[in-house]
Write a protein that binds this ligand. Structure first.
Ligand SMILES: [Zn+2]
Length: 96
């Protein structure tokens, strides 16, 4: 989605991101070489990312965090979630 889709009152909320996006991607890059039997195509990578992101509670971060009191999942929790996502997609890829 382009920046345009995040506009409101001439302000862009484009920079307000779910903090897990980058963390999940980093763990995916780290674990990918060790994932034997993983297809690795664009569709399967998208699936792993989507499964992991949907498993984690959303945690959006804005410029000054004021009302986010809940503890986010730890890096170890996120790493485990990414591993589980790889396993799920390996067992049931969305293509033949
Ligand atoms: Zn694939």
């Amino acid at each position: 989605m382009g920046k345009q889709n995040y506009m409101i009152n001439d302000f862009s909320l484009d920079h307000v991101r779910n903090r897990h996006e980058v963390i999940v991607l980093n763990f995916m890059r780290e674990k990918l070489p060790g994932e034997t039997d993983f297809c690795g195509c664009n569709l399967c990578l998208e699936d792993v990312y989507a499964v992991a992101m949907n498993t984690l509670p959303a945690h959006y971060v804005q410029r000054s965090s004021i009302i986010l009191k809940k503890e986010p999942p730890s890096d170890a929790d996120i790493a485990r979630t990414v591993e589980d996502a790889f396993d799920k997609v390996k067992v049931r890829p969305n293509h033949s």
